[in-house]
Design a protein around this ligand. Sequence first.
Ligand code: C5P
Length: 236
Amino acid sequence: MRERLIVALDVPNLNKGKELIDILEDEVIYYKVGLELFLNTRGEIIDYLKAKNKKIFLDLKFHDIPNTVASASKWATSLGVDMFNVHAGGGEEMLKRAKEAVQEVALRESINPPLLIGVTVLTSFSEEGFKSLGFKTTIPETVQKWALMCKKAGLDGVVSSPQEAQEIKRLCGADFYTVCPGVRPLEAEKGDQKRVMTPKEAVTNGADYLVVGRPINASADPLLAAKNIITEMEER
Ligand code: C5P
């Protein structure tokens, strides 16, 4: 289960990132680097994590015209991360071009291709907030449609709420990865997350990877919080 917990390094600078990684010791193997830390460390956090032999999910959610996303995907692959994501809302052509870019660079540089993951509807959206964007389909319908499109474009999986994981597995197959933020142990604050589940429920509902941020990085005892989450995941 430890391999399936991804801790979101949502911290304001490199020193805070290093501090958290040190506190979490060998308990945490996989880290997610998002916009905040990637930008404020100018990418340096990636080198630090690699030096520490950690696995890296680069969460920059590329969403642009196909050509631009293909170029960005080449650079992400070159960094040697284990997983990165593009936004499913960018459409099938964009997704396909990202996949081709990953394959091209992995072959050229003789490296393992990172998992390419499509972001579906953000877990901070409620049905009401989502409708206000003009979508005519519900969140679950949209997530399913985008997951199928990602599968067709050759992606390895999607980011979704754990609430949607089971249906995605049914539609796209057991080997199509579900990467799920919106995980909250029972006693934790929800913050801005709306479509949440506990670690145990998430694993039971088909989530392959659990992305957890504030319940660990804002905890008074992050190591204990991470241990408790892994224990809960194992209880499924
Ligand atoms: O603090 P919390 O556990 O809510 O952190 C969740 C992390 O997952 C954040 O870094 C957020 O950017 C990310 N994320 C998300 N919803 C998505 C994709 C990524 O919350 N659909």
